[in-house]
Ligand binder design. Structure first.
Ligand SMILES: [Zn+2]
Length: 470
């Protein structure tokens, strides 16, 4: 807190709220000027303020940061159902004000081509701020050289795959080269850790035996495959002297590898997603083709893994909750795999409900504090991905990306009410407690009392800083 200058006027004041950051909880007002937090004080003068938001009885938290989304993404002959307009609007409804999506480099392309393509997809559409990781699928000498240039332009993280042979998968030598190069330029490697070779054999075997229903997507991707690849990714990063971030962790096998590496002091980080915290393979035991709604990768696991992941979040083995939002409609899109689970587009919708789900399970479930909640949905993502302190906290000088959060309001998640452009919800019928009431992006309201009041195209591309150890 700093003393208030005389005659200070604000565009907006949020009054009477309980400010909750990753480190502190304090009852204070927030004054906003030119899209930034300009003052935090016990009582700010309302005279001359353009707008006053009363947050009595509510928390004020930093806007959520979702570091794993796939908007407008081609996959298996179709495209994810949310583009940068509908996807960012749905995100805002859930209290997320920044997302990091993935620009995909296809074989033969430069990394620059990938970046340019995704910049065009977002331009004029995004309602909240956004950034990109670059997915590398083809890493020759030219692309290796390009990694440094991309980091300098604010694309400071790269995603690699150890799964999907022939499409995305890279061999260990290539992964090792990429990690070494990332370490040199201050980039962070995000890893999809599953043993794609073994999985492919299991998939072929299942198909040969006539096992074609959605559940076989999960049954052909064992937890051992995720555990093995996670361990291998960590070993490669250790040899390269590079940090590594494991994406969408789904099971205890992988969690144990990360815990062990962190115990040894390695710069190893990991995220999980609400689907792995709230759903299990039992959700796929539904009649007909319905299980396709839960076809994503890694797949749903046996129920006992959920509590292990919650514990991982509470103990900082896992630092981040993202969504891996990659929505495909059940009708026509998921149905592409009606007779063959390998043809079902992989992905599920989640961008809208991350904060409410984690708050419900974490705080009302008695697993961690509201500060820890803010840490994993906003602050740690900002710090790990070069957006801090502009994003991810509430401090003088930070962007006024703020959420007025009602910790006791309840809602039942349903496809009938959600804002994602997809015809089902993975979390249908789950009751959450803790929902956003007002959401500000750079000082302007984007959501008020459940209504979108922002503007498509107002979101800005964020140039991210190089990696700093958390
Ligand atoms: Zn993903």
């Amino acid at each position: 807190m700093r003393p208030l200058e005389d005659g200070m006027k604000f565009d907006t004041i949020i009054k009477n709220g309980q400010i909750v950051t990753a480190t502190d909880t304090q009852a204070s007002d927030i004054g906003i000027t030119s899209g930034k937090v300009a003052a935090i004080a016990n009582s700010l003068p309302q005279e001359g303020a353009g707008k006053v938001i009363d947050a009595a009885g509510r928390m004020v938290i930093p806007g959520g940061i979702d570091v794993h989304t796939h908007l407008d993404m081609p996959f298996g002959g179709t495209t994810s159902a949310d583009d940068f307009e509908s996807g960012t609007i749905a995100a805002a409804h859930g209290g997320t004000t920044t997302l990091i999506d993935f620009a995909i480099q296809y074989k033969g392309q430069s990394l620059r081509q990938a970046f340019d393509t995704w910049m065009k997809k977002a331009d004029g559409k995004a309602a909240i701020d956004y950034a990109f990781h670059c997915i590398i699928t083809d890493l020759g000498t030219a692309q290796l050289e390009e990694m440094g240039a991309l980091v300098r332009e604010g694309v400071s993280s790269f995603k690699l795959f150890m799964a999907y042979p022939g499409v995305f998968m890279l061999d260990d030598a290539t992964i090792f080269r990429a990690m070494s190069q990332a370490a040199k330029y201050g980039g962070l490697i995000c890893m999809h850790a599953e043993n794609g070779g073994a999985i492919d054999v299991l998939v072929q075997r299942a198909l040969a035996e006539g096992k074609r229903s959605p559940k076989y997507h999960a049954l052909t991707r064992p937890t051992t495959a995720e555990g093995e690849a996670t361990g291998r990714a960590i070993a490669l990063a250790e040899m390269a002297g590079a940090p590594v971030y494991i994406v969408h962790m789904s099971c205890n096998d992988a969690l144990e590898k990360v815990r062990e590496a962190r115990d040894r002091g390695l710069a190893v980080y990991a995220e999980t997603c609400p689907q792995y915290l709230f759903l299990s393979i039992e959700n796929m035991d539904v009649p007909g083709f319905e299980g396709a709604k839960y076809v994503f990768t890694p797949p749903l696991r046996e129920k006992w893994h959920q509590e292990k992941l919650w514990q991982g979040l509470a103990r900082d083995t896992l630092q981040v909750v993202s969504t891996d939002h990659c929505p495909f409609c059940f009708k026509e899109q998921k149905e592409l795999g009606k007779d063959d689970f390998t043809k079902i587009p992989n992905g599920g919708p989640g961008i809208e409900h991350r904060l409410s789900l984690v708050y419900t399970g974490g705080i009302h479930g008695g697993r961690f504090s509201p500060n820890r909640f803010v840490q994993m949905v906003a602050t740690a993502p900002a710090k790990l991905f070069g957006l801090y302190p502009r994003k991810g906290t509430i401090a003088v000088g930070s962007d006024a990306d703020l959420v007025v959060w009602d910790p006791n309001a309840e809602e039942v998640i349903s496809a009938e009410r959600h804002h994602m452009k997809v015809d089902y919800s993975m979390f249908e019928g789950i009751k959450v407690k803790g929902v956003p009431k007002t959401v500000l992006s750079r000082g302007r309201a984007v959501v008020e009392n459940g209504k979108f009041v922002g503007k498509a195209g107002r979101g800005e591309f964020l140039k991210r800083q190089t990696f700093v150890r958390l």
